[in-house]
Design a binder for this molecule. Structure first.
Ligand code: ADP
Length: 303
């Protein structure tokens, strides 16, 4: 029996960066799943072996805060990736005007995000495309990072779909300056943007182009000085920007606690070598001070 026959295809859930996503049922186990169809377009010689080998590694990546890749198989020029089905995502929570997010709720969401990141970074896997709609929420309230490793495996196929443009808002300054040797710090910057978005209930740094994105970052944190980020000058797309001073972070997040602002500023550090890691962030006193993070089952969720 072909692997494709094992899954009974249901409604289309959406269209993402790589192709359509359908709800499905695993006829063997009865489990509800989401199947992501990836167009192999460019690599016409079928599914290349490197991709399949890497997917095998992703299948081993199992953690409470990582969406599980249950199965992967080629079918009609497409690669099908089978994931556990998730009820909602963080973008829906942030945008829902009827949802009130308490400081404990924000703490819980960002803690689960950092736990998922720390786990993958420990295994040397980067996400590279963190954004609120990639943070899925299960029926039990657990937040899980989706699409881990896919950005590197399949690339970011241009800005084909309009919502893809949003990814720019989560891009670290070293990426905007064209670095080729980025590391896990890019995911921490994106997590910081998501943290800020949970506090503000709107995307924090909404650049309209890559240049404008850097402008928005500099307006929020001040133009980086060489002493703050020595390697900046050697990045491929580095250009000198007119100096702007940093406003107090407090003025941008009037309702946040001191602990919250301290962690946020460490995640928004310019120099990726100095930026706090996901693992270090989880040790920050923000997570041990009151209020405690809300238990996943008690978190608010969209109807
Ligand atoms: P993007 O490329 O924009 O991140 P995806 O390809 O991940 O989008 O997903 C497209 C749509 O499919 C999303 O809007 C999401 O709601 C839905 N989706 C993706 N994965 C799952 C899943 N595991 N469970 C339920 N819905 C999912």
């Amino acid at each position: 029996k072909r692997p494709a026959d094992r899954y009974i295809k249901g409604v289309q859930l959406g269209e993402g960066t790589y192709g359509v996503v359908n709800k499905a049922i695993d006829s063997k186990t009865g489990q509800v799943v989401a199947i992501k169809k990836i167009r192999l377009g460019a690599q016409k010689e079928g599914v290349n072996f490197t991709a399949l080998r890497e997917i095998k590694l992703l299948k081993e990546l199992k953690d409470q805060n990582i969406i599980e890749l249950i199965d992967a198989f080629p079918h009609k020029d497409n690669l099908h990736l089978v994931f556990e089905f998730m009820e909602s995502d963080l973008e829906a929570v942030i945008r829902d005007r009827n949802i009130v997010l308490s400081p404990g709720d924000v703490k819980s969401f960002i803690q689960m995000t950092l736990k998922g990141l720390a786990f993958c970074h420990k295994k040397w896997v980067l996400h590279r495309d963190m954004k609120p709609n990639n943070l899925l929420i299960g029926a039990d309230g657990q937040l899980k990072l989706a699409d881990f490793g896919l950005a590197r495996l399949f690339g970011s196929p241009g800005r084909k779909f309009t919502h893809q443009v949003f990814a720019r808002w989560y891009r670290a300054p070293e990426l905007l300056f064209g670095t080729k040797q980025y590391g896990s710090a890019v995911d921490v910057w994106a997590a910081a943007c998501i943290f800020a978005e949970l506090l503000l209930r709107r995307p924090f740094l909404q650049g309209s182009s890559d240049i404008d994105q850097l402008g928005k970052i500099f307006a929020a944190f001040g133009t980086p000085k060489t002493a703050q980020w020595p390697d900046m000058l050697y990045l491929p797309d580095y250009v000198e920007y007119q100096f702007v001073p940093a406003p107090p972070l407090r003025s941008l997040f009037p309702m946040a606690s001191d602990d919250c602002l301290d962690l946020l500023s460490k995640m928004f550090t310019y120099d990726p070598n100095v930026r706090i890691t996901a693992e270090q962030a989880l040790e920050h006193r923000y997570f041990s001070s009151v209020p405690a993070p809300t238990k996943p089952a008690q978190l608010p969720r969209p109807p």
